[in-house]
Ligand binder design. Sequence first.
Ligand code: SIN
Ligand code: CO
Length: 373
Amino acid sequence: MHTEQALALLGGLTPSQFMKRHWQKKPLLVRNAIPGFVPCLGRADLVALAGEEGVESRLIVDSPKGWKMKHGPFPRRRLPPFSQKKWTFLVQGVDLHDDGVHAVLQQFRFVPDARLDDVMISYATDGGGVGPHFDSYDVFLLQAHGQRRWRIGRNKDLTLQSGVPLKILQNFGAEEEFVLNPGDMLYLPPKYAHEGVAVGECMTWSIGFRAPQEGELARELLLGLADEAFDGVGDALYRDAKQLAVSSPAAIPSSLSGFARQVVDKALKNPQLLDSLLGEYLTEPKANVWFEGAQAEPDLSGGVQLDRRTKMMYDDQHLFINGESFKVGGRDAVGLRQLADDRAISGHTFKILSTDAKAALLDWASAGWLKPV
Ligand code: SIN
Ligand code: CO
């Protein structure tokens, strides 16, 4: 990814300029972000996806009796007719199901993969939307079909309405308003209040991000450390040759609390373990992701390409793929990092990998994580 190249996608900004000026800071409206954009998925494809088991979808109806929300899957008969106004259905993780959508997501890889989440696609009838709200994560809202009117504002008051099945701001104050046409895009930083209302039938793609939450990440890493601790820390017993006779036997000796702190410090001391747990956590496939294994031994000599569902990242010492970590160095590290960054390598790069690395790639191909080009 060239970080210094001006992109139509970012309204003529380079990825570096966008990240400095807008990312996590302020909105950006881009007219014609993808000129002549024609979505690779139509209404019928989206309806079909919303009907599938294992695909996360929601139906939101703005009815005279208030907001209604249901979770999918939705057989066609569970969706209102398209002649009815003010309803929308939203399908999460469409990039996992469609190569074309996955390809569009790749254009946003000037942001680290560790922060990319998925592409959610919504389809709405006239007047449909999810109400005024804010999201916790950054989002690019790409207009794919029809028009949507966006109203946005820096709401100081983020109080939500109570008694409604979705997050709706109690006091939404819009500061700006734009109607987006196909190919236009709006970037919003986290917590920026917004409301998108369909003007006629409309389809919107949300390129969404994720950010680890302090407590959740700490819990995840500590659980991993806990698994390793029993064998990793050692089996020495607490010794107290200097223990004096006590008159208050119920009091816990301070040397024992010191010992407790010491063993926890010891468990945390291995920085590489923490790094590998982080990489495994970040590349863990979502719960609804599964891979179809290859039938025959694949021939990778012509090059390798990652499956769209595969998550692959690396750090200085490790390579991570779909929740597993491998220690790599030398030429293997160069080739495998290239595979993670480009999501493909040539036959030449494959050929110069070590026998071990080639064997690992064959295993991953058999698991359906990657395939021959
Ligand atoms: C939508 O596409 O209707 C919702 C997107 C959003 O407001 O985040
Ligand atoms: Co939103």
